[in-house]
Design a protein around this ligand. Structure first.
Ligand SMILES: NC(=O)c1ccc[n+]([C@@H]2O[C@H](COP(=O)([O-])OP(=O)(O)OC[C@H]3O[C@@H](n4cnc5c(N)ncnc54)[C@H](OP(=O)(O)O)[C@@H]3O)[C@@H](O)[C@H]2O)c1
Length: 257
C-alpha cells in the first residue's frame, strides 16, 4: 500500500519510533491522526511543513479504556486506511521487584488498548474492503530475556494477536503487519539499560528512528506481514528460535540475580 494521501492513525506519535513514523508519513503526504496524551501545536506545524496533507491530534491516554472508546467514536466518520499501534510502555527487572501498577498500565497500553482500538476501527476497514493494521511488537516477543518477563509477555501477546488476525482477515482487503522491532535509539531504549542492567548485560546495538521508519515504509509498500530485524539481532533471533538451549546458555552467562 502506498502511504500518500492515506488517512493514517498513529499512537504514541509525539516521540521515538512513533514520531519517526509520523515524519515519514508526513513526507509521503498522508492525512495524520495522532493519538497522543496532549495537544502539541509545534508538532502539528512541523508535520505540515514536512508535507502532511492534514494533521489532527486526538488527546488520548491509552492506559484508559474510556479514552480509547472516545478515540474510536471520534474516528468513526474518518475513512482510516492505516492504523499504526505503536504506543508502548516498558517494565523490567526481577519480577518480584516490578511494581504491579506499572505492569497493569503496561498491559493496558501495550496489549488491551491495541486490541480495543483495532477492534473498533476494523469494521469500517472491512466494509470499505481496504486497510492495513501495523502492530509494533518487539524482538522480545520471540527472544526471551530475564528481567523482561512482563514486557516480553505483552509483546508475545501482540505477535500472537496479529498472527491470528492476519489469517482471519484473508480476502477482506485488510491486511496486517507486525513489527519485530530491534533496538531503536529512543527514550525506551535508554530505559532498558536503567531497568535491566543491575542483573543483565544488555545488548547495546541500535538504529535510528529515521532508518526504522524507512524500513516500515518499505514493508507497508510491499504488503509484507512481518518486518524482521537485520544484522546481529537477526542472528540472535534465529538462535533463540532454532537453538533455544544455546540461546539460554548464552543468556545465563550475561545474567546474575
Ligand atoms: N526502542 C526500542 O528499542 C524498541 C524495541 C522494541 C519495541 N519497541 C516498541 O516500540 C514502540 C515505541 O517505543 P519507543 O521506543 O518509541 O519508546 P518511547 O520513546 O518511550 O515512546 C513511547 C510512546 O508511547 C506513548 N505512550 C506510553 N504510554 C502511553 C499512554 N498511556 N497513552 C498514550 N501514549 C502512551 C508515549 O507517550 P508519552 O510521551 O506521553 O509518554 C510515547 O509516545 C513501543 O511499543 C515499544 O514497546 C521499542
Amino acid at each position: 500500500m502506498i502511504i500518500s494521501k492515506k488517512h493514517v492513525v498513529i499512537t504514541g506519535a509525539n516521540r521515538g519510533i512513533g514520531l519517526g513514523i509520523a515524519k515519514m508519513c508526513a513526507q509521503e503526504g498522508a492525512h495524520l491522526h495522532l493519538a497522543i496524551r496532549s495537544q502539541n501545536p509545534s508538532l502539528v506545524k512541523e508535520l505540515i511543513d514536512l508535507g502532511a496533507a492534514s494533521v489532527q491530534i486526538w488527546e488520548s491516554d491509552l492506559s484508559q479504556a474510556r479514552d480509547v472508546e472516545k478515540l474510536i467514536l471520534n474516528l468513526n466518520d474518518v475513512p482510516i486506511d492505516i492504523l499504526i499501534n505503536n504506543a508502548g510502555q516498558l517494565t523490567g527487572g526481577l519480577l518480584e521487584n516490578q511494581p504491579l501498577d506499572e505492569i497493569n498500565s503496561m498491559f493496558q497500553v501495550n496489549v488491551l488498548s491495541l486490541i480495543q482500538l483495532t477492534r473498533g476501527l476494523l469494521p469500517n476497514m472491512i466494509r470499505r474492503g481496504s486497510g492495513k493494521i501495523v502492530n509494533n511488537a518487539s524482538v522480545s516477543a520471540i527472544m526471551h530475556f530475564p528481567c523482561a518477563s512482563t514486557y516480553a509477555a505483552s509483546k508475545a501477546a501482540v505477535l500472537a494477536f496479529t498472527d491470528c488476525l492476519e489469517i482471519e482477515l484473508k480476502e477482506t482487503g485488510v491486511s496486517t503487519l507486525v513489527l519485530i522491532t530491534p533496538g531503536i535509539k529512543t527514550r525506551m531504549f535508554d530505559d532498558i539499560d536503567t531497568k535491566y542492567s543491575d542483573h543483565l548485560e544488555v545488548p547495546q546495538d541500535s538504529i535510528s528512528t529515521e532508518e526504522y521508519a524507512q524500513q516500515i515504509k518499505a514493508a507497508i509498500f510491499d504488503d509484507r506481514s512481518a518486518l524482521m530485524p537485520k544484522g546481529l539481532t537477526a542472528i540472535g533471533l534465529w538462535v533463540s528460535k532454532y537453538l533455544p538451549a544455546l540461546f539460554k546458555f548464552g543468556t545465563l552467562r550475561r545474567f546474575h540475580r
